[in-house]
Design a protein around this ligand. Structure first.
Ligand code: GTP
Length: 420
């Protein structure tokens, strides 16, 4: 057994020594899927009486569409196109399938069918919208998926090319849904007519750039699957007949088919029509691929367009608005930015106050210094005046010389203290 293991430098191929058990994983998935069951939503589009209900009942071998007699009589005929759906739980070999068939009564039945595709497109998109809304809910534990997994488009067996209504319908819907065009009531055309009709339909589809669902093989497919896919592909568009009734073969075996004066035509006979190949693709081999394409390609494209049109920005494949981690990160960044701005503003105010205080202090210091200087000069002045006075006083208080004592009047000078 071989395994691959990752390391920091890339992927290494490792040989295992014994049985570990993970090769059983596909069986676990299988068991889980069987337990849960499957959902499949199929839409049928085609004008009234083209064989839609008969084909669906034949495909699932069940009365998905009730008989006409069992249906309640409608009060008035449907005006325009209506969209109705019916669900059924069916089981095969213990596997449960919840099948929902969406019918489109009224399509192609009006005199003017110009906009017949419109209500159908709206219905498909509203299902995408409902899914998108659920995906964006906080609690996503119970998402109900009503998206259309495939549309079987019934082409009238005219033998000519596609009609305007066919082209218009497929062109409008091919990017929103897996289209499976089929030629209805194929028993009304000969084998040669069918071959020619198929070629014309494919040419029209190619010419108008319409994408239809086709099984494609890849490198992982075994040769048998590749051959099966090629076989299915060669039958597109499937020319089918439907019948819930049993007819007897010449050997007496009962088979589902239609009886004609010239013989019988069997539903499950690949030489008579492509019913088997349609059923194989739809139910046996490609049901999961149809669901995957709906989810990962058609819905994803719709979702991207929708969110972009709503103004959401796609950044590194992550929609910011809808990724809570990215959103939290952005909120934190915005909060941090706000705090930094506030801090800067506050320190600016503080600095301004400090500057003002400093300027005031400096001013009062200068004023003090000026006053001090002024007082000092006043004092200096007073001191020098006093000095002067003192000098003068000392000079006048000089002692009497002996000469002056003998001749008190000679050269007698006026004593400054003579007045006292
Ligand atoms: P609405 O319910 O009116 O939309 O019709 P529908 O498209 O569901 O058609 P329905 O299956 O009721 O078939 C209409 C008629 O066509 C019935 O008489 C069917 O027996 C017949 N029919 C259905 N499938 C085929 C077919 O493959 N070949 C032929 N020849 N007749 C068919």
């Amino acid at each position: 057994m071989k395994s691959t293991a990752g390391n920091t430098g890339g992927i290494q191929k490792k040989k295992m020594n014994g049985y570990v058990g993970f090769s059983n994983y596909p069986n676990q998935v299988h068991r889980r899927s069987v337990k849960r069951g499957f959902n499949f939503t199929l839409m049928v589009v085609g004008e009234s009486g083209i064989g839609k209900s008969t084909l669906i009942n034949t495909l699932f071998d069940s009365k998905i569409f009730p008989d006409r007699e069992e249906m309640p009589p409608s009060a008035e005929p449907v005006k325009g196109v209506d969209v109705t759906s019916m669900s059924a739980d069916i089981q095969e070999n213990g596997v449960k399938l919840r099948l929902t068939v969406v019918d489109t009564p009224g399509f192609g039945d009006s005199i003017n069918n110009e906009d017949a595709w419109q209500p159908i497109l709206e219905n498909i998109e509203s299902r995408f919208d409902a899914y998108l809304a659920q995906e964006n809910r906080v609690n996503r534990s119970k998402i109900s998926d009503n998206r259309i997994d495939a549309v079987i488009y019934f082409i009238k067996p005219t033998g000519h090319c596609l009609r305007v209504i066919d082209i218009e319908f497929m062109k409008r819907l091919h990017t929103k849904v897996n289209l499976i065009p089929i030629i209805a009531k194929a028993d009304t055309l000969t084998a040669g007519e069918l071959e020619l009709f198929k070629a014309k339909i494919l040419a029209d589809i190619n010419y108008h750039g319409i994408q239809i669902f086709k099984p494609v093989s890849d490198e992982f497919d075994d040769p048998e699957t590749v051959a099966d896919n090629r076989e299915i592909l060669s039958k597109i568009p499937f020319a089918v007949i439907g019948s819930e009734k049993h007819v007897e073969r010449p050997d007496g075996t009962p088979v589902r088919g239609r009886r004609y004066p010239w013989g019988i035509i069997e539903v499950e006979n690949e030489e008579h029509n492509d019913f088997i190949k349609l059923r194989q693709m739809l139910l046996r081999s490609h049901m999961e691929e149809l669901k995957d394409t709906t989810d990962m390609v058609l819905y994803e494209n719709y979702r991207t367009q929708k969110l972009l049109s709503m103004g959401h920005v796609q950044d590194n494949n992550v929609f910011r608005e809808f990724n809570p981690l990215v959103q939290m990160e952005e909120e934190k960044r915005a909060h941090d930015g706000k705090m930094q701005k506030m801090e800067a503003e506050m320190s600016g105010v503080f600095q301004q106050k400090v500057n003002e205080k400093e300027a005031k202090l400096k001013q009062s210091e200068e004023e003090l210094y000026a006053r001090h200087k002024e007082m000092k000069s006043v004092l200096e002045k007073q001191r020098s005046e006093l000095e002067e006075k003192k000098k003068r006083a000392e000079a006048s208080a000089r002692p009497i010389t002996p000469m002056e004592q003998q001749h008190p009047t000679k050269g007698k000078k006026k004593n400054i203290f003579s007045g006292f």
